[in-house]
Design a protein around this ligand. Structure first.
Ligand code: URA
Length: 207
């Protein structure tokens, strides 16, 4: 039996070709960073692996860590409502996070944690091969796009996520994190603008 990959580079090399179930198993047993020692379980993702839209959040919270599913708390309920507003259900999209494990005290992912998880997320997105990725919140957007630009400047335009193995570049839209919208409901009107843009982008024929 081969030893589990330990560094992000080793992980990237070995995840590039694997299929969905092998990826799921790789995530479940991942020890690429120290968060593997404190998690209850990994949170792989939920929804349709053939979805046209992938939602990328930050990292599982305590409830997600307990249930093994992303966005199951109050923020998740708002995310469901946001999706419903553009005619989509949780089952019709795919929802995952930058990190597959709960961080200590819900801290933002460190660069090392994000780098350790990135090959797994990249492979997951490549396998889904969606028409559009929606990054929710600053942490998700900055990590996905590997930039430090503030969220306010990332909104309102198409960005690109390059998939390693397919050589493709998938469009990315950025909006507020639903947890932020719960704290700042005055921003919901702007979030609605983002959602309408997502609806429009999904109507475009796939290239
Ligand atoms: N916040 C996130 O970014 N992801 C989750 O899965 C839950 C809350």
């Amino acid at each position: 039996m081969q030893p589990a990959p330990q560094t992000p580079d080793q992980c990237e090399a070995s995840t590039e070709q694997i299929g969905w179930e092998a990826l799921r198993a790789r995530v479940a047993t991942c020890t690429a960073c120290e968060l593997s020692r404190s998690r209850t379980q990994t949170v792989f993702g939920v929804g349709d692996p053939g979805a046209r839209l992938v939602i990328v959040g930050e990292a599982p919270g305590a409830e997600e860590d307990r249930q093994g599913e992303p966005f199951v708390g109050p923020a998740g309920r708002l995310l469901d409502e946001m999706l419903r507003a553009i005619g989509l259900s949780r089952e019709q999209v795919y929802i995952c996070n930058i990190l597959k494990c709960l961080t200590h005290n819900n801290a933002d992912p460190t660069p090392a944690q994000a780098a350790a998880c990135r090959p797994l997320l990249a492979r997951q997105i490549a396998l889904i091969n969606p028409q559009l990725i929606l990054a929710v919140g600053r942490v998700a957007a900055q990590n996905l796009l590997q930039v430090t630009t503030p969220l306010s400047r990332l909104r309102g335009q198409i960005h690109h996520f390059a998939t390693v193995d397919r050589g493709a570049s998938l469009p990315v839209w950025v909006t507020y994190h639903p947890a932020y919208l719960l704290r700042s409901p005055q921003e919901k009107a702007r979030a609605w603008e983002d959602l309408k843009a997502v609806r429009g982008l999904l109507k475009r024929p796939s290239p």
